[in-house]
Design a binder for this molecule. Sequence first.
Ligand code: HEC
Ligand code: HEC
Length: 379
Amino acid sequence: MSRFPRLAAALALSLLPAAALAEGDVDAGERVFAKCKACHAVGDGAKNRVGPQLNDVFGRIAGTAEGFRYSPAMMKAGEDGLVWNEETLTAYLTAPRAFIKGNRMAFAGLKKDAEIDDVLAYLATFSQSGDDDAASAEPAPADAPDTATEDGAAAEPKAGEPEGAVVEAEAAAEPPAHGVFHLGRPATEAEVAAWDIDIRPDGAGLPVGSGTVLEGETVYTEQCAVCHGDFGEAIGRWPVLAGGYDTLTRERPVKTIGSYWPYLSTVYDYVRRAMPFGNARSLSDDDVYALTAYVLYLNDIVTDEAFELNQDNLATIRLPNEDGFVADDRYEEPHYAAGAEPCMRECKPGKAEIAQHAAVLDVTPDGDSDEDGSGGGID
Ligand code: HEC
Ligand code: HEC
């Protein structure tokens, strides 16, 4: 489950049709639209006026309302891939001039987020969005191309449907291949698979494979001992991998896999992902099982050199300090349990006051002088 309900909602939103705009109030939006009415019409039979008509503005490529003479800047924005959606409309209506330099909308912008949410909710009711209009504007049924080849003629548009509608609706629904902002492209399945290598404490994500302590010792001696030491004791200042038991409460705890880490899955994940340092992702899955087994051995968690670790038994092994951690229980806290939206802005009524200075609290290491507060620390 996502720890960030708002983010999850935002992601979901971007996949949904415009009608699913969750936040705004349509009625309030109609009142906000009074500010746009001097220039824009929307609704049945809306015509272009000082500004373009705004029916079906969600999904519209900027600068493409039929018959309206846009500024070169607005047409360029559309050619560059700007498509109107909740995000881009919000940015535009917040600061029209800054969002598209040189566009001709003589409007200062809406100051309050709520006004923008509301007016967008209102405009969304005039955008095709799973309502009847949208349904009838869907691409021709799958059998149409067949008919076309049989007849040797182009498929007829359905009765009562203007010929252009199919093409236009499709163009409006699909953002261009290079994306709205001309940045990157969607990741391929193979690319996602290559990144998707995380392993969870319950063993989810583990590849099929196995390795023994003895096999691990060979790989470790060749590829790891130069830095981490023959027994995980570390050479110089490279990280220690073993020992440190009962040091966690000391002034200088020695945090190792044996003394500190809660889950063995992290060892597998980390070594496979990041080690050997400087040559990451070079180990086979079996080598990583063997090395993980060897690290257990170095930490006296297994004692048998023939011990074999594999995808089935890895998650059954418990590390000594597992109970030293608690699972993230924030959802049980009263605030989250009540399902309350976290406050993100203007949460404290009235004027904010500085109650304390870090320099006075002495949390910042001494620079030259703390007196003038300009010593580089947080004030
Ligand atoms: C003073 C007139 C004026 C006002 C007020 C105004 N607009 Fe505009 N708007 C325009 C003009 C003119 C354009 C075309 C700009 C260009 O071509 O550079 C435009 C463009 C747009 C576009 C881009 C549409 C497209 O086809 O690409 C949207 C969306 C939009 N306005 C929404 C709004 C909303 C919502 C409001 C009210 C909150 C509003 N406008 C207020 C004049 C105005
Ligand atoms: C060139 C030196 C070097 C080599 C060789 C090397 N490591 Fe590391 N290892 C590091 C460094 C540096 C870190 C810490 C990296 C960091 O914190 O960003 C680290 C961290 C680790 C950790 C996490 C330790 C902790 O407590 O945070 C493990 C486990 C580990 N290495 C295992 C291995 C294994 C297994 C090999 C052999 C396949 C290996 N390393 C080879 C330098 C090395």
